[in-house]
Design a protein around this ligand. Sequence first.
Ligand SMILES: C[S@@+](CC[C@H](N)C(=O)[O-])C[C@H]1O[C@@H](n2cnc3c(N)ncnc32)[C@H](O)[C@@H]1O
Length: 295
Amino acid sequence: MQISPFRWFTRLLSLFPFLTHAAEAPKLGWNTPKIVSQYAAHSQLQEEWQLEVLGAYHVFQPRESIIEFGSGNGAAAFRMAALTRLKGGHVRGYDISPDMVAYAERHYPSHENANLAFFPLDNPTFSHTGIENADLIASFCVFHLVEQPDVILKNMFAALRSGGKIIISYPIRQPGPFKNAYEETVAQFDLKKPTPKTFNVSDPHVMRLLLTKAGFIPDIVQHVEPLNIFPTHQAFLDWCLGTLPANWRIPENLQEAACLYFIQRFLVHTGQDKLDKNQPLRFPGHRLDVVAIKR
Ligand SMILES: C[S@@+](CC[C@H](N)C(=O)[O-])C[C@H]1O[C@@H](n2cnc3c(N)ncnc32)[C@H](O)[C@@H]1O
């Protein structure tokens, strides 16, 4: 069937709003190759947290089916796949950001890692994944970002076998230098604050309630204060550039300046502003570690 030039023209016109929107809308969150590679190169802190959490709360069993929710650049899934490989286990990482999944697939391809695979999620609540009878669902540094933790927990519950386990660990908000420097950065750069979330998952009581409502038996819900160490100021700046722009949705043109300003204020608040830039920086982090069982 022939389409007349006029109809072609009207079809093109109907696409115009989508095209202009796509061209104008900056990609925020964990969705640009630049953020993804900056995160991947400078997230040693998150990797130390993953190791601490896995060592504390899990002993790998033979032939486990392991899921990671929010697998990011793939480093944790790769590590778990190595820990379970000789025991016949396998790991599947899921993430909402196609750029993150593409990075993970490129760096840890299935043809080199037979017991590891990555998948994009097409919705933020972990629904319709088709996962059944998983033994373990792990999630590191994701739950502070999600809008519907209640629905996600229910979907995790459905994806587990009976007796299966979730391990969820994420940074939590506490009053102190980090929060103060964040508030000052937001004010200085007129950054858009996220609308307050329905559930404050920084509060252990809220998390316990959500777990129970989803059907889980909470085993551990604890506030942990890991000591964060950066070998130099530059290492701290690199970490900030990899993590904060996505978390705080900082527009690309402000990312460098906002991170530098944040660090300046943070160092003042922690009394480390006179420190030699090549000296290590140390400060306590705040994390909620959650372990729960499906009975
Ligand atoms: C700080 S990164 C953590 C990545 C990795 N887990 C780690 O510890 O290095 C947060 C990740 O969570 C993902 N994420 C955020 N919200 C999500 C959701 N609703 N569903 C799945 N992934 C999500 C982001 O795309 C990003 O890759």
